[in-house]
Design a protein around this ligand. Structure first.
Ligand SMILES: *Cc1c(COP(=O)(O)O)cnc(C)c1O
Length: 493
């Protein structure tokens, strides 16, 4: 099975090469040329398997250039004791929905599901492609990817990693998680701008020919740990397969019965993985795309117009404060019938006019699978309080957006399909905002965490309480324009 570029369908490469490259030279993203399928009997057989064994089955289908031993090595190394629950991705019944907790990894966010395994996929891919360059991972983060990538890649031989985050766009705990990161191969820098500015600046470095030449002459090359990297996407398919299997196993579903999947969405990577799971044969009805007030995706899915000429709003669900959802390009490519010329045309329109409109037939296809909704900060807080009062379940600000959007969807459509809601972060990553949902204030995130623990009795992850006494190692801050220079100075000398 090969992966092709969304900006040039003629570029077709095996998965190991796609993982090493991160992004295609002409700026396209790698997508599967066609998707393999997974049968109901295969799902049935997975019931008794561990998460890492389930992952092996899915990887065998999607990473066909990897040997069985390579796949087993990667899956076993990633999905074991690093997670604080044996299930790795855990389903919990909350009211009439199934919450899929994806934050039991070392950094308390769903990004660990992919970033705990990406370093193994990447180093294995380097060996397979006989590439002996040193890899420099550049990562733009809205807060959670950065820490998860640092944690995954710290002290991995042959790799260096630099993370860029929006100076005023992350929570205090997120910032400290990154600034205190240990490891001799890591670098963290704040950027004076929002997440889109960070992401655009990093993408520019990837496609800058001079920087690439300079790196090459030093035996180095760039890659990405953002969800534009295929190695992020493939591991995310696994937990949707696994959640379905668990629901059948727990008698919440009959094998073959459909589910809806509701995902709090930013860069569109998580929900795209759910779409791939559906295309592969997991019985899925609707994919519900939940946004905060940066509701560009809600507008797009209801009108077919992607219009980024709007105000960027800073919310209490910062990992979803995004106006340029990178992975949407992958979905559009598939919906356009793998037509890269069409994608090039649409995205150059987006560059010039800040918007594009999709064709009617593409829009119809989009509507077959996707519905969307959004809520603001006030509604998010009300949902946190309401879910806790009713079910003694505390969800984080991002998950709460999805719960609210799911409830609205159910009320307006009457659709009673069993629904999985992706829960993307441990609430303690966003303690201050969550505490305010209970009408209380705190001096800082740590004080907020203590108070929240008093109200809810939910345990605070040790790695979060420890942060308070850790040494800050990184305090750099740069403008988006100066990032190329920063990278040359710090990583190419
Ligand atoms: C990254 C993130 C999201 C958004 O996921 P995408 O794959 O970018 O759509 C939502 N919630 C949390 C907590 C995140 O860290």
């Amino acid at each position: 099975m090969l992966y092709e570029s969304t900006r040039n369908s003629a570029v077709k490469i095996p998965s190991a090469q796609a993982i090493v490259k991160g992004i295609s030279e002409e700026g396209g993203l790698f997508v599967p040329s066609s998707l393999p399928s997974i049968s109901l009997s295969e799902l049935e057989k997975m019931k008794e398997l561990s998460y890492s064994k389930r992952a092996e089955i899915v990887f065998t289908k999607l990473l066909t250039d990897f040997s069985a031993d390579e796949i087993a090595f990667c899956a076993k190394s990633a999905y074991g004791k690093n997670f604080n629950t044996a299930e790795v991705a855990k389903t919990v019944e909350v009211g009439d929905a199934t919450i899929l907790e994806l934050w039991h990894g070392p950094t308390s966010a769903f990004k660990d599901m992919a970033l705990q395994i990406l370093p193994f996929l990447m180093t294995t891919s380097m060996k397979k492609t006989e590439n002996s360059n040193e890899i420099i991972i550049l990562t733009a983060t809205s807060g959670d990817t950065g820490k998860a990538a640092l944690e995954g890649f710290a002290d991995v031989p042959g790799v260096r990693i630099a993370v860029f985050y929006p100076e005023n766009g992350v929570s205090e705990i997120q910032k400290l998680q990154m600034a205190t990161q240990s490891g001799s191969n890591v670098l963290v820098c704040a950027v004076t701008g929002n997440f889109d500015d960070c992401q655009t600046a990093v993408k520019k470095i990837f496609t800058d020919k001079n920087i690439a030449e300079k790196a090459k002459s030093e035996g180095k090359m760039f890659s990405s740990a953002n969800s534009i990297n295929l190695g992020r996407l493939v591991p995310q398919v696994v937990y949707y397969v696994s959640a379905y299997v668990d629901m059948v196993k727990n008698n919440a579903l009959k094998l073959g019965e459909k589910i809806n999947i509701c995902v709090p969405t930013g860069n569109f990577g998580n929900i795209l993985a759910a779409y791939y799971a559906k295309q592969m044969g997991v019985p899925v009805n609707k994919l519900i795309c939940a946004s905060n007030e940066n509701k560009i995706l809600t507008d797009f899915i209801s009108t077919g117009v992607y219009d980024k000429n709007r105000e960027f709003i800073t919310t209490i669900s910062p990992s979803m404060d995004i106006l340029i959802s990178s992975n949407l390009e992958r979905l559009l490519y598939h919906l356009c019938g793998n037509d890269s010329e069409k994608i090039v045309e649409m995205y150059s329109k987006l560059n010039k006019t800040e918007k594009f409109l999709i064709d009617e037939n593409v829009f119809m296809r989009l509507k077959e699978d996707f519905v969307a909704g959004y809520c603001d900060d006030k509604e998010t807080k009300e949902q946190i309080k309401d879910t806790f009062d009713k079910y003694s379940y505390l969800c984080d600000t991002h998950t709460a957006v999805a719960v609210k959007v799911y409830n609205d969807y159910k009320t307006s459509t009457g659709d009673s399909t069993p629904t999985v809601i992706a829960s993307t972060a441990n609430p303690y990553k966003f303690s201050t905002a969550i505490l305010s949902a209970f009408g209380e204030t705190a001096e800082n995130d740590f004080d907020a965490a203590k108070k929240l623990n008093g109200i809810t009795k939910m345990p605070i992850p040790e790695k979060i309480s420890e942060l308070q006494s850790k040494q800050v190692r990184f305090a750099d801050s740069r403008t988006p324009e100066s990032l190329p220079e920063y990278v040359i100075e710090n990583l190419l000398k």
